[in-house]
Design a protein around this ligand. Structure first.
Ligand code: ATP
Length: 369
């Protein structure tokens, strides 16, 4: 096997140039993904972008038209699912309702013809891990959704899979339980060092759980990065809009030098660290928490004046909705605390943010024409 050009060892999971079609529809286009050993990577994207298809291809539940899948130096593209050492946890748990908790968890080990003592020990450990040991002899149909999900996790990890694939495992749980399970599962998988790929369309879930997030759009990965990287430096307008809130203003680049551009917008000129040719149609963007209210314009800050339309109190923070007087652009800001006396709806505010917090993207094709 030739050493990679960088001299680094090859990634634990390598998905290379994967293409999958259903009839005339190409669902994955030439997709590439690498995951390191022990990493937790989420596939995040809107419905229909191909997350589940990618997971099923890695699991071996379907075949790609082209491309390769390698796990731990083992080429798996033509290996059937049951020989891939891949653990899968589905949305609907897929437990056997007529078996007990312990029998469900033992399933993979029984298939591997492990000794009775080994099965008993490993099932006990797995149940301990998911805090379900006292339920070993219950019927799974008598368990709550959260408990069933824990059993599904125990059943998948008990066989020590080379990789664990999870397809929206918490989608049937209520919000509070989902949040608890997210933290719990993350702890368990980190402690065990299990390499995991997790499908979700919930951005908060992806941010909470992941070492890295792969944001998918129409069968491709648009950005693979840490949660902070995805949030603070999204690679495209799609990624920006899919993860978190932002204000986006259309404009045209008027000058560019020293790694900074100046953009003409409906609110006047704004500066941003970026490189675009003058004349380029662009979108200037800023996250709500980067914005502050007041006249502290100074150097190194962009400023807009806009009218307050809504104040939304969210407990830990307050969201402000504003509209540009002339352009009608919607602006969203977030502040920790309202100023004494509050902010009356309809008042005109000056909003500022740092040049370095300003993002710029090429304008989408339709807006550019
Ligand atoms: P969701 O979040 O809704 O589950 P997803 O990102 O997981 O979406 P996929 O389930 O991978 O998306 O589906 C991607 C596209 O492929 C969709 O347009 C879907 O209709 C299509 N598709 C998936 N499986 C099949 C199949 N077996 N036959 C035909 N088309 C399919």
């Amino acid at each position: 096997r030739p050493a990679p050009a960088s001299g680094r060892p090859p990634a634990y999971l390598q998905v290379a140039q994967l293409t999958k079609r259903f009839g005339s529809a190409t669902v994955l286009h030439d997709l590439n993904l690498t995951v390191e050993k022990g990493e937790f990577v989420s596939l995040l994207g809107p419905s229909g972008c191909g997350k589940t298809t990618l997971l099923r291809l890695i699991a071996g539940l379907m075949r790609p038209e082209t491309g390769r899948i390698v796990i731990a130096d083992r080429e798996l593209t033509r290996v059937p699912a049951h020989k891939r050492q891949v653990g899968v946890v589905f949305q609907n748990y897929a437990l056997f309702p007529h078996l007990t908790v312990a029998e469900n968890v033992a399933f993979g080990l029984t298939n591997q013809r492990r000794s009775r003592d080994e099965i008993k020990r490993r099932v006990g450990e797995a149940l301990q891990l998911v805090r379900m040991a006292p339920f070993a002899d219950r019927s799974v149909s008598a368990l709550s959704g959260g408990q069933q999900q824990r059993i599904a996790v125990a059943r998948a990890i008990v066989v020590e899979p080379a990789i664990l694939l999870l397809d929206e495992p918490f989608s049937a749980l209520d919000r509070k339980l989902r949040e608890t399970m997210q933290i719990e599962l993350r702890h368990i998988l980190r402690d065990l060092g299990i390499t995991s790929i997790f499908v979700t369309h919930d951005q908060d879930e992806a941010l909470v759980m992941s070492d890295r997030i792969a944001v998918m759009n129409e069968g491709q990965i648009e950005h693979l990065g840490t949660p902070a990287d995805i949030y603070t430096s999204p690679k495209s307008l799609f990624v920006l809009e899919f993860v978190g809130l932002s204000t986006r203003l259309g404009g045209t680049v008027v000058s560019s030098h020293g790694g900074e551009v100046e953009v003409e917008t409906a609110f006047g000129r704004m500066r941003a660290p970026a490189q675009f040719r003058p004349g380029s149609p662009v979108v200037v963007a800023v996250r709500p928490e980067a914005i502050s209210i007041g006249e502290s314009e100074g150097d190194g800050r962009n400023v807009v004046r806009a009218r307050l339309t809504d104040v939304v109190y969210l407990g830990a923070k307050t969201q402000l909705h504003l509209r540009g007087e002339r352009s009608g652009d919607l602006i969203q800001a977030e502040i920790a605390r309202l100023p004494p006396g509050g902010l009356p709806s309809g008042s005109e505010l000056a909003l500022t943010w740092r040049v370095e917090d300003t993002m710029v993207f090429p304008a989408p094709a339709s807006a550019a024409s």
